[in-house]
Design a protein around this ligand. Structure first.
Ligand code: NAD
Ligand code: IPM
Ligand code: MN
Length: 367
């Protein structure tokens, strides 16, 4: 098989800082595990706007469609806050998701033992936590029409539309059930069927898809109650299946169960390509963190674990993904903490690159 190709889009703020550490990990796998990657790099978000006047150049979009996987850092920042909506950095990321048709966004939230005291919740509530949020990523209120800001009488009205077709619900539901089959065989679907027709349809379609997975226990929750339950006793969940907007909120909430937003990776997957690999983009759940950008404070673990997801879901290298996850776990067990993970007395933070180097050293020790 030819060398797998990766397109790295570091983006803005701490994006390039996190992706710099991922590059070290990619090089390590090439040198030490005989797993070379054909890596190219390009611009996205504000960085692309600065260079081309658009947050995603058509050539970059075309490259993203061709490679085996895209790795993205983060987009956005205050410098771009006043740009026209159509060229905001976030539009670049949304275009990638939409045009690559990356409908299933996997956002695992795992609490590493060494970090169980870093959550804003009690140790008992989070220790050993391992849940998977499956967020629909290419439809719903993020993309529904009509949308816009319109004149209505003597005032303006802002409109976004929550819209889901049966097939859009069914395909992401199938992803959730397939994952559940390889985990603890439980899916909790979250919507607001009590107030939204799209929620009623969501519940009906998910229930229908569940018939193909008799071993999986399906439950339904209103999304507001779901957020409450996620904070109350998150270990009741295995796979959470939800729509685009609720999934965005739920995954940021889940971040605090793991200790920091700087810990959460994600995989955005679409349909299989001709080579059998799914269309795929891997990115941390966090954003460009303008408050700490350029200071060497960013936690590179979310980016690093996103690459581990790439090894697992794009390259069928589950064992190597586990190796990388274990290396991260080891570094945390050894007491290495970036500044977002402080709170223990007498612990000095390490920088982004020191954390990256520690992960490489742990990989070396595992080899
Ligand atoms: P954010 O995720 O960038 O930051 C929220 C808080 O978490 C900040 O205090 C930040 O310092 C901290 N944080 C986030 N990641 C961290 C890391 N790896 N290490 C240490 N601390 C970390 O969210 P925000 O401030 O609401 O958004 C900033 C910009 O990022 C906005 O323009 C937003 O649109 C964009 N954004 C982009 C993505 C993405 O590219 N996928 C995701 C979310 C937000
Ligand atoms: C995320 C982000 C994005 C979203 C933004 C930056 C478009 O918050 O990936 O969680 O809302 O999906
Ligand atoms: Mn988000």
């Amino acid at each position: 098989m030819s060398t797998p190709s990766l397109l790295i889009l570091p983006g803005d703020g701490i994006g390039p800082e996190g992706m710099g550490e991922v590059t070290k990990v990619i090089d390590w796998f090439g040198a030490k595990r005989d797993m070379p990657f054909d890596v190219s790099e390009d611009l996205v978000g504000g960085a692309a706007y600065d260079a081309h006047g658009t947050p995603l150049h058509d050539d970059t979009m075309a490259k993203a469609q061709e490679v085996d996987a895209v790795l993205l850092g983060a987009v956005g920042g205050p410098k771009y806050d006043n740009l026209d909506f159509s060229v905001k950095p976030e539009r670049g990321l949304l275009r990638l998701r939409k045009e690559m048709d990356l409908f299933a966004n996997l956002r695992p939230a795992q609490c590493f033992d060494a970090l169980a005291d870093f959550s804003s919740l009690k140790r008992d509530v989070v220790a050993g936590l391992d849940i998977m949020i499956v967020r629909e990523l290419t439809s719903g209120v993020y993309f529904g029409e009509p949308r816009g800001i319109f004149e209505e009488g003597n005032e303006r009205v802002g409109i976004n539309t929550q819209r889901y077709t049966e097939s859009e619900i069914a395909r992401v539901a199938r992803s959730a059930f397939e994952l559940a089959m390889r985990r603890n065989k439980k899916v909790c679907s979250m919507e607001k069927a009590n107030v939204m027709e799209s929620g009623i349809l969501w519940r009906e379609v998910v229930t229908e898809v569940a018939k193909d997975y008799p071993e999986v226990e399906l439950s339904h929750m209103y999304a507001d109650a779901g957020v409450m339950q996620l904070c109350r006793w998150p270990k009741q969940f295995d796979v959470i299946l939800t729509d685009n907007l609720f999934g965005d909120l739920l995954s940021d909430a889940a971040a605090m169960l793991t200790g920091s937003l700087g810990m959460l990776p994600s995989a955005s997957l679409g349909a299989p390509m001709a080579n059998g690999r799914p269309k795929a983009l891997y990115e941390p759940v966090h954003g460009s963190a303008p408050d700490i950008a350029g200071q060497g404070k960013a936690n590179p673990i979310a980016c690093t674990l996103s690459f581990a997801m790439a090894l697992r879901y794009s390259f069928d290298k589950g064992d190597e993904a586990t190796r990388l996850e274990k290396a991260v776990e080891q570094v945390l067990a050894d007491g290495k903490r970036t500044a977002d993970l402080l709170g223990e007395e007498g612990v000095q933070p390490v920088s982004t690159s020191e954390m990256g180097d520690a992960i490489i050293a742990a990989l070396d020790a595992s080899h």
